[in-house]
Design a protein around this ligand. Structure first.
Ligand code: PLP
Length: 389
């Protein structure tokens, strides 16, 4: 596995973490050829996580768009309600393989914290989740969920008290406890080998899309669309399709219309170092990390996985941003047309996909990764509806 994606990636970390990253890379490399590990991973993916997830033809949404067919890859049906468990399960098994009894994780909206807490419980690993104080207040139900699942949730009171500060706190914990602890990073970000490990565990999404689209309509789709926060569900969708003709589109969060603080790092960021990787970062004139805002907590991150930075520069993947109001519109379309409440993160991707469907002929097929379900977002959606009324 490459340490770099073009100029991007790398491992800009303190000395103390270098051996831990090397140990992780070794364990991961060994696990790939370990038949027992792979069988256990496959067994839990089926019987615990609920894989494979279906590929669903969104007939009425397609009619609304009036063009290409829209198909949904239903990661919202994974146990826990999002794709996050694909990665948490894989890394939890790696932690157990390395003989580490303790997991630390960061969480923003709480979705990755919940996935890690579930895996910690199922595999019998102690779990500590760092979460910014601001996010804890915004995402109460997920804090309660993590606690019920047996995890300890530690409030982070530094910086903007959100996701990026929680990552820093988790990294600090890991530096101090590295012999007994695995840092279960939640997206395709951070120092090597994390972006590659997360991409591999999420690539089950794209592999299933390959098989299921051939079964459903006899060929690969013309276009695959996924939302990009740190970029894990998108890289998992794209990886198995990179060496095909399929067009790929990543969708970032532009934030409130007219706001200077959107979370679309690939559109408006500049190359810099964040959380141990060289990648696109939203930053001020002196390189300090810029504040971001988005209606979807899962996309509200000032950086992006380094492989996406490379895929953008190489031109293989197109990236675009969608604002809060677009995501809210797509949320309502999917609810009313298909009886599915999407998470606000993939609602961004869905909005872009409907736009693409509209200007493409009906013989074309678009697959959108529906990375999670929207139950967690009801309060935000209802609040937005109230403030419009
Ligand atoms: C966390 C989350 C995201 C964003 O994370 P990526 O690593 O970019 O995939 C997207 N959708 C849902 C439902 C999430 O919970």
């Amino acid at each position: 596995m490459p340490r770099r994606f073009g100029a991007f990636g790398g491992a800009y970390v303190p000395e103390t973490l270098v051996p831990a990253l090397a140990e992780l890379e070794r364990a991961w490399a060994e696990s790939r050829t370990d038949l027992a590990f792979r069988a256990e991973h496959r067994r839990l993916s089926r019987t615990y996580a609920g894989r494979p997830t279906p590929l669903y033809f969104a007939r009425r949404l397609t009619r609304r768009a009036g063009g290409a067919q829209i198909w949904l890859k239903r990661e919202d049906l994974v146990h826990g309600g999002a794709h996050k468990l694909n990665n948490a399960l894989g890394q939890g098994l790696l932690a157990r393989r390395m003989g580490k009894p303790r997991l630390v994780a960061e969480t923003g909206a709480g979705q990755h914290g919940v996935a890690t807490a579930m895996v910690g419980a199922a595999l019998g690993l102690e779990t500590v989740v760092y979460m910014g104080e601001v996010d804890m207040a915004r995402q109460r139900p997920n804090v309660e969920r993590m606690r019920l699942l047996g995890a300890r949730v530690v409030p982070v009171t530094t910086g903007s008290r959100t996701l990026k500060d929680a990552i820093n706190a988790a990294l600090r914990d890991w530096i101090a406890t590295v012999r007994t602890t695995h840092y279960l990073l939640g997206s395709a970000v951070g120092p090597h080998p994390f972006p590659s490990i997360v991409a591999e565990f999420q690539s089950v999404i794209g592999r299933e899309i390959r098989h299921q689209s051939r079964a459903a309509f006899g060929r690969l789709p013309d276009l695959a669309v996924a939302c990009v926060g740190g970029g894990s569900n998108a890289i998992g969708t794209f990886h198995p399709l990179l060496r095909t003709e399929v067009e790929l589109l990543g969708v970032e969060a532009r934030g409130p219309r007219g706001s200077p603080h959107g979370a679309d790092s690939l559109s408006r960021g500049r190359p810099g170092i964040l959380h141990g990787a060289f990648t696109y970062v939203l930053q001020g004139p002196d390189g300090q990390v810029a504040p971001t805002e988005s209606i979807s907590a899962g996309l509200d991150y000032p950086g992006v996985g380094p492989e996406h930075a490379w895929l953008k520069e190489s031109g293989r993947v197109a990236y675009r941003s969608v604002a809060d109001d677009g995501a809210l519109a797509a949320f309502r379309w999917l609810a009313e047309d298909e009886g599915i409440l999407p998470a606000l993160e993939p609602a961004h991707a869905l909005y872009a996909a409907v736009g693409e469907a509209r200007r493409r002929p009906s013989r074309e097929r678009i697959v959108v990764t529906l990375s999670g379900r929207g139950d967690k977002d009801l309060e935000v959606v209802l609040g937005a509806a109230r403030s419009r009324a």
